[in-house]
Design a protein around this ligand. Structure first.
Ligand code: MN
Length: 218
């Protein structure tokens, strides 16, 4: 009887562990002010991201063996709930990681060389990213990805799709992501998406982007 109880407890704890969770933020809701306001951060993280995770766990049920990256490779065969909420969870996890109250404003040498080679300068890359994000119709994300032939590329996706999914036009490893859903900026910037995009570079940590670049080109 005691043995059975222990087995049940172990199985139960494995089930708990297998659930997706919202990762801890490394900074406070208010620490990205004035560029991203505290209320937006709180709602975005604790309500929106949490909802993606809750709904993803619900949609996957006990079928939680695959890592998200694996799931995305054949997401065309998954339900819309897994695609939308799995994307929502992955994309926001990456986004929080890239933001910082004291960001490094320049890429490392390897990434900067590649940026200069392909885009002329960091400034022109950032302008290209913003132009793509501004012209994206509706909700979605703008990305800087490393393509399969190790080139950088700016791309956009709709809704919560991302460049790891087999349903998008450009596949690659995302090293930078900017959320261009209205929930990411509307409270502070209202209809002025371009102002949000101009300001967000004050809190994008190029050190994190550079680390992701190094891993992606390995
Ligand atoms: Mn969002």
């Amino acid at each position: 009887m005691k043995f059975l109880l222990i087995v049940c407890l172990i199985l139960f704890s494995i089930t708990i562990k297998a659930q997706h969770i919202v990762p801890k933020l490394r900074y406070s809701y208010s620490s990205l002010e004035p560029f991203i306001d505290s209320i937006t951060m709180r709602i975005h993280y604790s309500k929106h991201h949490q909802a993606y995770v809750t709904n993803l766990n619900k949609a996957l049920g006990s079928d939680q063996t695959k890592a998200l990256e694996e799931l995305f490779k054949s997401i065309s065969t998954s339900s819309p709930a897994v695609r939308n909420n799995g994307g929502g969870h992955y994309n926001h996890t990456l986004f929080w990681e890239l933001l910082s109250p004291n960001p490094s404003k320049t890429p490392n040498v390897e990434l900067l060389n590649q940026i200069n080679k392909q885009f002329g300068s960091q400034d022109s890359l950032q302008r290209l990213i913003n132009a793509n994000a501004t012209s994206l119709f509706g909700s979605g994300w703008v990305w800087l990805i490393v393509t399969p032939n190790k080139e950088l590329k700016v791309t956009t996706t709709s809704n919560q799709d991302n460049p790891l999914m087999d349903v998008v036009k450009e596949n690659g490893i995302p090293i930078l992501a900017i959320d261009v859903w209205e929930h990411a900026y509307y409270l502070k910037y209202q209809n002025k998406r371009a102002d949000y995009l101009k300001n967000i570079w004050n809190v994008i940590d190029w050190k994190v982007v550079s680390e992701k670049y190094i891993n992606a080109v390995k």
